[in-house]
Design a protein around this ligand. Structure first.
Ligand code: PEP
Ligand code: MG
Length: 733
């Protein structure tokens, strides 16, 4: 290969060598163009003129079939196969037997390697194996640019080189520039073939043994919280002890591959097979197998699963991350995360937000598009990622990073300034939280307390159901860290898009309208009572604020509140310390409550408007569906009337009310909330500085009058009017 000959000459050489060693009359290589056509790149035996001229669609011919299925195809009488497609220019008519294997990279077929013979012969299993190994080496060589020159690869996506912009969804805000670290370890091409198959087999067997020990150990719960979820573990264990898997690995090593290459090859085959399965269950199993392969590679590399070495400015790239996965990396060096899948509600996203690591997910085919070490930009503001960005994109990203830092410095100065409007209305600035890490942000942002503590986060990032002890410990630490600042704990808001792997739930047609939050708590009182008990125990002698999510009727609130009373009585009977003050509140998220506020408000100690859900139910628009996200505007007469109605009713009944949806952290929306009379806002920590700056520039009375008028217009959205008003009043947004 190093003789300096042209790329084509090298490829021609390779097919001649393969044909010779396989005793085949024909050997051809097809590579896949971005147009999804398979182009004949080199051949020994077929008509040379067909090279670069013959192109097959993926749906065409036997070669297309191999590419599509990602599986070898071994035929002794190819022309009689239904998929056979005759291309006269290749002159392949005399060849009856056909063996094609895919060239795979990351489970994607990048080409097809074919051998053909005139005789009607069935290729032996060993021959199929051999050709697969050759295909694997070839795929790596092509990808690494060792075989085919840059010009020929122009529109072939092998090792991606070009800058690319991918659109996904933002899972955690912030912008980061860094170099890619692949969570799923890839094997380098110079490590494919072993010198000593016997020694390699021993190494493989030891690796598998160690892996099993590791998993068994985790299974016995010795690694506590940092282990993956119970479900995953159970599947792991099953797969790790699976004889078929072990046999495939050992066979691959016996055929001359290194242990690493054997893992890669077995995994490639599984991926290709399972990728074509549309079934979600099968795809999940694929994830387990991938993970298992990764773990085995790490064991083989002699690396512990904890704390992988990563560069200063690492951007982690993965298909998805489990609860334990993020803990494997040095948090200080990890600057961003890009995921191919995931959802904003899954554990990786929650932890990324708590750690303030920008994260973008749902990036289609991401792992096929980046290489280890590529420079990338993670844009958590827009939910985009730039792979191998051009200089101007990098400069723009850097400028935005600087701007954010400057803004942060400005907000830092406001940290200890009380939020009050210019006409003297005090506004309480609270923050939303869910994990222990979040508490650090309280002093960083100057939040006056926690207006919404989403207790389900602990459940979502755990490997199994946190029981009384673990819950009590968390709530105690949260209250300790909060000191004399108030914390409002919301009872479990599970269901909907927040599903736990370890909890059996039925699949629902409409999860957002289904068995979730307090509905689950009331139907499974043991769960609700355990949580309330943990909260009471943790509060011991301190103020305790509890609120219930997704209450849709006054009866639900009454029942839920009763459980709190029952638990207090229980603690009292046992002589346990009770909270010094107990306040029980309601979240207003279901529109039904708007029409029963007169009955509801006198029952509650406080209320908090969950505008994320209230908007979803008011407009009947799924909050997790990106197609709905820009369709309806919170800044619209129906929504503002609803909010105003709640505020007035709360005022009349003397019930403290706050707003704790995302809008409370957005300056323009918060401007309207304050104009409507709300004076308690609980928001994501990142919103506090900007909202406070807005408040300090605002004259509430003037804004209030103008907003009242707007509510009576016939516009669908008031956004531009509100913006114009804010500008006119010199409000800093
Ligand atoms: C809301 O619905 O506005 C809310 C704050 O709760 P969550 O976002 O957790 O559903
Ligand atoms: Mg909600």
């Amino acid at each position: 290969m190093a003789d300096g000959s042209s790329a084509q000459a090298r490829l021609d050489g390779v097919v001649a060598i393969i044909a010779g060693s396989m005793v085949a009359e024909v050997c051809s290589i097809y590579l896949r163009r971005t147009s999804d056509e398979l182009e004949l790149f080199a051949t020994e035996g077929l008509n040379r003129d067909a090279v670069h001229n013959t192109r097959l669609r993926l749906t065409e011919g036997l070669v297309g079939e191999v590419a599509r299925s990602g599986q070898p195809l071994n035929l002794n009488d190819a022309p009689s196969h239904p998929s056979f497609s005759y291309r006269p220019e290749t002159g392949e008519d005399p060849y009856n037997s056909f063996l094609g294997v895919p060239l795979l990279r990351g489970g994607r077929t990048i080409g097809v390697l074919v051998v053909q013979n005139m005789a009607l012969r069935q290729y032996q299993d060993e021959e199929v194996e051999d050709l697969q190994i050759i295909a694997m080496v070839l795929a790596e060589m092509v990808t690494a640019g060792d075989l085919v020159g840059g010009a020929e690869l122009k529109d072939i996506e092998l090792a991606p080189q070009k800058p690319e912009r991918l659109k996904g969804s933002s899972f955690a805000d912030g912008i980061a520039i860094g170099v890619v670290i692949l969570h799923e370890v890839a094997v380098t091409p110079d490590h494919l073939l072993s010198d000593d198959a016997v020694a390699e087999e021993a190494r493989m067997l030891k690796g598998i043994g160690d892996l099993r020990d590791q998993i068994d150990e985790m299974f016995e719960g010795q690694h506590g919280l940092s282990g993956p979820t119970f479900d995953v573990l159970e599947t792991y264990r099953m797969f790790a002890h699976d004889r078929g898997w072990t046999r495939n690995l050992v066979e691959a090593v016996r055929s001359g591959l290194t242990a690493e290459a054997a893992v890669e090859r077995v995994r490639n085959e599984q991926r290709a097979r399972l990728n074509s399965a549309r079934d979600a269950y099968m795809r999940e199993r694929l994830h387990d197998l991938e993970d298992l392969g990764n773990r085995l590679l790490r064991v083989l590399a002699g690396k512990n699963t904890i704390a992988r070495e990563i560069p200063e400015n690492a951007i982690l790239v993965a298909r998805d991350l489990g609860p334990a996965d993020l803990l494997e990396y040095d948090r200080k060096r990890l600057k961003g995360i890009l995921l191919e899948e995931g959802s904003a509600a899954n554990h990786a996203a929650i932890v990324a937000r708590a750690l303030q690591i920008p994260c973008v997910g749902r990036l289609d085919r991401l792992r096929d598009k980046v290489n280890q070490g590529d420079v990338v930009v993670v844009d958590g503001e827009t939910g985009e990622s730039y792979l191998r960005p051009r200089q101007d994109v990098l400069e723009a990203a850097n400028a935005r990073i600087d701007m954010r830092a400057a803004r942060r410095a400005e907000f830092d100065k406001l940290k200890d300034v009380q939020a009050a409007t210019r006409d003297g209305h005090r506004i309480s600035m609270l923050m939303n939280a869910g994990l222990e890490f979040d508490l650090e942000l309280m002093s960083e942002t100057g939040a006056e307390g926690i207006g919404l503590f989403r207790t389900e986060f602990q459940f979502m990032v755990s490997e199994d159901l946190p029981r009384l002890k673990r819950q009590t410990e968390l709530y105690t630490r949260v209250l300790d860290l909060a000191g004399d600042k108030p914390v409002t704990f919301r009872t479990l808001d599970l269901g909907g898009d927040k599903i736990l792997p370890y909890m059996e739930t039925e699949r629902e047609e409409n999860p957002a309208l289904g068995w979730r939050a307090i509905r689950m708590g009331l139907d499974r009182p043991a769960l609700l009572r355990m949580q309330v008990r943990a909260l009471i125990t943790a509060a011991a002698g301190r103020e305790l604020r509890i609120m219930f999510p997704m209450v849709a009727s006054v009866d639900e609130f009454r029942q839920a509140r009763e459980y709190v009373d029952v638990e207090c009585a229980w603690a009292k009977r046992r002589g346990r310390p009770l909270p010094s003050v107990l306040r029980v509140g309601v979240m207003i998220e279901c529109p039904s409550l708007l029409f029963h506020l007169d009955a509801l408000l006198p029952m509650v100690d406080f209320a908090s408007v969950g505008t994320n859900d209230l908007t979803q139910y008011l407009f009947a628009a799924d909050r997790t569906n990106p197609r709905m996200s820009d369709r309806y505007d919170i800044l619209s007469p129906p929504m503002l009337r609803a909010l105003s109605m709640i505020q007035k009713a709360a005022d009349d009944s003397g019930t403290p009310v706050s707003v704790c949806g995302e809008i409370a952290g957005k300056p323009l929306e918060a401007f309207v909330l304050i104009a409507l009379g709300f004076n308690r806002l609980s928001m994501p920590p990142a919103g506090i500085g900007q909202v406070k700056r807005m408040i300090l520039s605002l004259d509430r009375e003037t804004a209030s009058k103008a907003i009242q008028k707007m509510m009576n217009t016939s516009y669908g959205s008031l956004r531009s009017e509100v913006l114009a008003l804010a500008r006119k009043l010199n409000v800093r947004l």
